[in-house]
Ligand binder design. Structure first.
Ligand code: GTP
Ligand code: MG
Length: 210
């Protein structure tokens, strides 16, 4: 299928500290691949995937941001106008979880108020080195109204990566379609309204004779 054949287009941004696995989560989701020695992302990369939602083809544009601090301004820009953000930390690196709070502020300052957020604890294959419990992740997500899941881009056990993205996409794609359909309906109503040139005046109530 051509990349241009789709009914809706939709953008998701991935955020999180350097090395947590953002690029590999996208690689697994889009190409079902894993890169053991991936290079740090510079600025922002984009990848596309076409999914089907209730019979409609939706092109998902995935924005892969750089975790390095020097790219923070680019990351902030990349969440303007998105309907979904994926926030990633590494379950084996405590500091990547502790720093999630600063992305919460980044989202609050730059994303739309109704943006939906999925918190991912990645690298769950590194069980022996676990430094953040699943409960901590879930509690944090609940407190902020985020979805939550743990994944491994490496093993992709139980197809967890696709399931994670689907969890968010099910909601954000619905939002996008509803918003676009509402705009189409309103435009149609405006068109109809303007074609009615003069509304006949209401008949004045006839005075009853005494
Ligand atoms: P930046 O682009 O610098 O922000 O990093 P990133 O978040 O994109 O991380 P990336 O996907 O490049 O992964 C960093 C390293 O972690 C690479 O060596 C990956 O192979 C490895 N990695 C990614 N996901 C997993 C995972 O689920 N399990 C394990 N064990 N390693 C992973
Ligand atoms: Mg990267």
């Amino acid at each position: 299928m051509e990349d241009t054949e789709y009914d809706y287009s939709h953008k998701l941004t991935l955020l999180g500290e350097a090395g947590v696995g953002k690029t590999n989560l996208i690689l697994r989701f889009v190409d079902n691949k894993f890169e053991p020695s991936s290079k740090p992302t510079i600025g922002v990369d984009t990848k596309y995937k076409i999914i089907t939602y209730e019979g409609r083809k939706v092109r998902i544009q995935l924005w892969d941001t750089a975790g390095q601090e020097r790219f923070r301004a680019t990351s902030a820009q990349s969440i303007r106008g998105v309907s979904g953000v994926v926030l990633v930390y590494d379950i084996s690196k405590r500091e990547t979880f502790d720093r999630i709070e600063k992305y919460v502020s980044l989202i609050a300052d730059n994303a739309a108020r109704d943006v939906r957020v999925l918190l991912i604890g990645n690298k769950m294959d590194l069980l022996e080195n676990r430094n953040v419990t699943a409960e901590e992740g879930r509690k944090f997500a609940d407190a902020h109204g985020y979805f939550f899941v743990e994944t491994s881009a490496l093993t992709n056990e139980g197809n967890c990566v696709e399931k994670a993205f689907d969890m968010l996409l099910k909601e954000t794609v619905k939002d996008v379609i509803e918003r676009e359909e509402k705009m189409e309906r309103e435009a149609l109503e405006r068109e109809r309204g303007s074609s009615i040139l003069i509304k006949p005046p209401k008949k004045a109530a006839e005075k009853k004779c005494c």
